[in-house]
Design a protein. Structure first.
Ligand SMILES: [Zn+2]
Length: 330
């Protein structure tokens, strides 16, 4: 089994090399790309939502090379135009990763876990940096051992690999209860599903199936329960089978942590009908995105997302056929 999978890895590397027309000398001569976007000078930002104390923690950034397949119904030129209109570089798509820690009703709750310095960019022209979470948590004065609950939005690597030690898969937060959407858990832990996934997603499914079901502190929750006092799951499927947003309510104030429902707002909120390659079911993702964003507008909530411009907290308004999300950078 091991020999087979090892051989297929070597084979697929060789095939990939052949497909790109690489030879050894070219591979050696290729320049090393490095992160263009500087890390924020302070990797944590704190704000209040009613009595909830929210801390945004910077985990890293994906500087994603342009790819005609990124959206099935928008061109690279349209993507660059939308980025420029929102004031971003057009050299690549800027996708920061932010993790949120919420202190509410005496509980310390972390929302997703970042990429744990273990997420690879699919494209060699892209840069993927993650795993700054723990250092920024320390800088913010948060003791990881005191985190009682971790809410997981979905099982993509940039949201769950921070739960796993790099080489051993040991739990980074062994004492926390990890609450996950039941539909997401069911999808990824079903061994019969692995073969139906695109090849690039199969190692992820394998890693999830090796680890998550044996952890005793993982609790799948179905529906839109109040998973901890003051925080509810909000079902927003499409990005993945069980993708879930988190709704925080305290006093008169509400915050919707939209996670990946509108991942890069300059693209996906402004153009909610664009169908992204990273949305597993793009039509369903669009329906969920519109429903979630309409609710945030109607109820005058604050919004933040895992990949919004750092530090993520923003205001949303309807803007023609789409939405504009304005993120405060302080
Ligand atoms: Zn993500």
């Amino acid at each position: 089994m091991f020999a087979t999978s090892r051989r297929s890895l070597i084979l697929s590397a060789a095939v990939a090399g052949a497909a790109f027309g690489l030879d050894k000398s070219l591979a050696i001569a290729a320049p090393t790309r490095s992160q263009q976007t500087p890390d924020p000078t302070r990797g944590f930002v704190r704000y209040k939502v009613g009595d909830a104390e929210c801390t945004a923690l910077y985990d890293g950034i994906w500087e994603k090379a342009h790819d005609p397949a990124y959206f099935s119904n928008a061109t690279v030129a349209e993507t660059k135009e939308a980025l420029a209109a929102a004031g971003f570089t057009t050299a690549f798509v800027t996708i920061p990763i932010t993790v949120f820690v919420i202190k509410l009703n005496g509980k310390l709750v972390m929302c997703d876990a970042g990429g744990g310095d273990q997420v690879q960019a699919f494209n060699p022209q892209s840069i993927f940096v993650s795993g700054r979470l723990m250092a920024n948590m320390a800088a913010a004065g948060i003791d990881p051992k005191k985190i009682e609950t971790i809410l997981i939005s979905h099982f993509h690597p940039d949201h769950i690999f921070g739960l796993l030690e790099k080489k051993t898969n040991s739990p980074v937060f062994p004492n926390a209860e990890i609450i996950v959407p039941a539909a997401e858990y069911k999808f990824w832990t079903d061994p019969s599903m692995t073969g139906r996934l695109p090849k690039g997603r199969r190692p992820l499914a394998h890693r999830i199936q090796t680890v998550i079901p044996i952890w005793k502190n993982v609790l799948p929750v179905a529906g839109e329960d109040e998973v901890v006092p003051g925080i509810r799951f909000v079902s927003a499927p499409g990005h993945t089978a069980g993708h879930t947003a988190f709704h925080i309510s305290s006093g008169d104030e509400q915050l919707m942590i939209s996670n990946d429902a509108a991942y890069v707002p300059a693209l996906c909120a402004k153009h909610p009908g664009w169908h992204g390659a990273f949305d597993q079911d793009a039509a369903l993702a669009e329906t969920s995105r519109r429903k979630l964003l309409d609710r945030v507008v109607a109820d005058k909530m604050m919004i933040c997302g895992s990949h919004f411009p750092w530090p993520g907290l923003g205001k949303i308004a309807k803007d023609g056929a789409g939405y504009t999300i304005t993120v405060s950078t302080t």
